[in-house]
Design a protein around this ligand. Structure first.
Ligand code: XIL
Length: 726
């Protein structure tokens, strides 16, 4: 549907389409992240020296973030590489940037096994020092850094990554295999045991009585590591060590963690600390997380679309959890400004800004969350979708328009349903406890019919749960969301129904057989007073990607007619729905679409065939042409060129007529134009008004709550049919 939508919105002049049409979209337009999250937590970014000196990058920082971390410049090994040697240059420039711009900093980091001032462990001769000497050096280091920057710092990562990772039940210590310690076997730990952690926090508190002091680590969502961190911090706090908060680094990926794992850690840590910061958030596109790294550097390659969707969805899910825990989470910091800066390498595409510092859709998705949906649970009155195959329970829809999916694909890594809330690229399913992929749309879908498909590990498939419908140039899955006015296309048991006939005819101009579907109203062919009645004909065109089955099946054209006739709202007429040769057009060439081939087929071949084989009234005032989307474009081109053939014209989300385009005002008795209110309603209203002002019998419809989809066109047909042939 998306492709159809974009082609057609072009015609309808919709703005939304441009994003998907490949024209540049500015996802950073609107407020900054920091403003969107004002009532929640501060939003931070880790920076390098280029980020704070290049004006374009500075502009991004100032707009989006209200917390900054120096990515490397403040680390002990960088700022204090040798005894008595201090590299304050870069560290100061980042601090001064923040001071000048009124941005507060997270001080990262005072004590870490990596990028550390390893000279602290040895004397001038290279011999190991006693722990007292180490503590003296560490204290001087911490005091110097903290005193220099505490005016601009609100939180310090005092100790970084002191705990052991999961998955190592045993380890070698002094050449022996022993039960693994909960602590990382760092030089710090080997020299001091866990006392170095307590000391570092004490030194930091001495130097800065006001700043928040954090223990910071990765893989906090892993069951084992979460508990090791919890035990350590609890033990320290019980002993009076001044730990204020836990930093959960957040080096995650597009598949992991899920909301439960994340919440478990947040809940656990909030038992013992009042402050949690997500200190180093990035989402790589491989399956790794935390400390085991496979970098994806080198020349930037585009990220496959389905991975983008997975990443956007993962960001959306994680931030939803963060927002839910805003009482304890007071900062979320992205680790790096852009994919270009990322320590993971540009081909992990981990951040909301790309390698050219352009905002990605992830930024918009993180920013434009819907607070109302955050706390809303859909009603549990889901029933099987009316389009389902016999005996299939899923997909389901509820009374509010939410759709729920269930897909069995035991070995798949990801399953995405192409249906979902605006712009998000669909609904990402997750495996339930039985290993089955399940998920519900984030919000209610527009009422009416939607095409959709599944993307499983990047490959496109139909959902075996539903019937298939021809759209996007292939048979796609379909789902039907209940509409408030659905009675007008309901299959009523107590009225007579017309017939659909499949017509095959030879097209000389194309040199091949062509197909059309013909709706014959109930009573067609009956002999009344020795005569068979003859009927007017509406030639009704489908849109791009569709064919002669689209109006009769998902368009419900026959049911709409049956109901109108049964209710006495119209006199019966025939509808001919032919394949309109729209699908060979490539998107780039839509501007050159002339409908000339189809004009020949329609006027020289199909209409004569219909008039010869059916009981038609074969004249202009008993012939109408209308079409949806690209079929509207076809209709406009052909009716303007051949006004002698059709007396009634209709464009359904398929452009507009301008009065000056119609040479003879008497050549058309009725013009209909319609679209969804999510398309280009002003365009329709203006055009209808200008036609009316010019004296045409014109009428419009703006369909409520719908976009470029079939409910819009069903409603258009319903309204337009009542005015034809009068
Ligand atoms: C990373 C930096 O981003 C890299 O530039 C550097 O080479 C290595 O360190 N956990 C941390 C951060 O606490 O300091 C690390 O930063 C990423 C993992």
């Amino acid at each position: 549907m998306k492709k159809l939508f974009l082609a057609l919105s072009l015609i309808a002049g919709s703005i939304t389409a441009s994003a998907q049409w490949g024209r540049p979209v500015d996802y950073s337009a609107g407020q900054g992240l920091k403003d969107a999250y004002k009532g929640y937590f501060t939003i931070g970014v880790a920076v390098n020296k280029f980020n704070v000196s290049d004006p374009a990058q500075v502009a991004i920082i100032k707009k989006q973030y209200n917390s900054v971390t120096a990515e490397n410049a403040w680390k002990p090994g960088e700022i204090h590489p040798k005894e008595g040697v201090w590299n304050f240059g870069l560290a100061d420039s980042i601090a001064n940037f923040c001071r000048e711009n009124g941005i507060k900093m997270r001080g990262h980091c005072l004590c870490w096994h990596s990028q550390f001032a390893d000279w602290m462990f040895v004397d001038k001769k290279g011999k190991p020092v006693k722990k007292e000497v180490f503590y003296e050096r560490l204290r001087e280091h911490i005091h110097t850094v903290v005193n220099r920057y505490k005016d601009v710092v609100y939180a310090w990562d005092v100790v970084n990554e002191a705990m052991a990772d999961d998955g190592r039940p045993f380890e070698f210590v002094n050449g022996k295999m022993v039960k693994a310690s909960p602590y990382r076997q760092s030089r710090h730990f080997k020299l001091c045991g866990d006392e170095f952690i307590a000391k570092a926090f004490e030194f930091a508190r001495e130097a800065d009585p006001d700043g928040l002091l954090f223990y910071n680590d990765y893989s906090c969502v892993d069951n084992g590591k979460r508990e090791r961190i919890y035990d350590m911090v609890k033990k320290m706090k019980d002993a009076g060590v001044p730990i204020d908060g836990i930093g959960m680094q957040g080096h995650y990926n597009i598949y992991f963690p899920d909301e439960d794992q994340l919440e478990k850690a947040i809940n656990r840590f909030s038992e013992i600390v009042k402050h949690i910061h997500i200190t180093e958030l990035d989402l790589r596109t491989n399956t790794e997380s935390g400390g085991q790294l496979m970098f994806s550097r080198g020349e930037a390659k585009p990220q496959p679309a389905y991975m983008q969707t997975l990443q956007e969805d993962q960001y959306a899910r994680l931030f939803k959890v963060f927002r839910k825990h805003k009482d304890v989470i007071d900062n979320v910091t992205f680790w790096n400004l852009s994919d270009k800066d990322s320590w993971l390498g540009v081909n992990n595409h981990p951040l909301p800004f790309d390698e050219n510092f352009k905002a990605k859709r992830s930024l918009q998705i993180i920013r434009d969350f819907d607070e109302a949906l955050d706390n809303y649970q859909p009603k549990e009155d889901f029933v099987p979708n009316p389009c389902n195959q016999p005996g299939q329970e899923y997909p389901m829809v509820n009374s509010e328009g939410y759709a729920r999916f269930r897909v069995e694909a035991p070995d798949a890594k990801s399953v995405i349903v192409s249906l979902g809330l605006g712009g998000r690229g669909g609904t990402v399913l997750r495996k339930d406890k039985d290993g089955v992929w399940v998920g519900t749309t984030d919000g209610p879908m527009d009422p009416g019919f939607h095409y959709y498909h599944l993307t499983i590990d990047g490959g496109v498939f139909n959902d075996p749960g539903t019937h298939n419908y021809f759209g996007s140039c292939r048979w796609e899955s379909g789902i039907e969301i209940p509409a408030p006015d659905q009675d007008f296309y309901a299959e009523r048991t107590n009225i007579p129904h017309g017939n659909m006939q499949k017509v095959l005819f030879y097209s000389k101009s194309l040199g091949k057989m062509q197909e059309a579907t013909v709706y014959l109203p109930y009573g067609y062919g009956k002999v009344v007073k020795g005569k068979q009645e003859r009927y007017p004909v509406l030639y009704l065109q489908h849109g791009w990607g569709e064919n002669e089955t689209s109006w009769p099946v998902q368009g419900k054209a026959g049911l709409i007619m049956d109901n109108l006739i049964a209710d006495g709202k119209i006199k019966p007429f025939i509808i001919v729905m032919a394949y309109g040769l729209t699908n060979d057009f490539k998107f780039g060439s839509i501007g050159r679409f002339t409908a000339e081939e189809f004009e020949k087929v329609l006027i020289d071949e199909l209409i004569p065939h219909i008039d010869a084989n059916f009981l038609t009234k074969a004249d202009k005032w008993n012939r109408a042409m209308a079409g949806l989307s690209m079929g509207g474009m076809t209709t406009k081109l052909i009716t303007l060129r051949r006004p002698e053939v059709f007396g009634y014209w209709g464009l359904l989300s398929g452009g507009q007529y301008a009065p000056e385009e119609i040479k003879d005002p008497k050549c058309v008795k009725y013009i209909f134009e319609g679209c969804g209110d999510k398309e280009n309603p002003e365009g329709i209203n203006k055009s209808v008004k200008s036609l009316q002002d010019a004296g045409f019998n014109a009428e419009g419809l703006v369909s409520e709550g719908t976009a470029h989809e079939f409910l819009t066109w069903r409603r258009c047909l319903y309204k337009m049919a009542q005015k034809l042939f009068k």
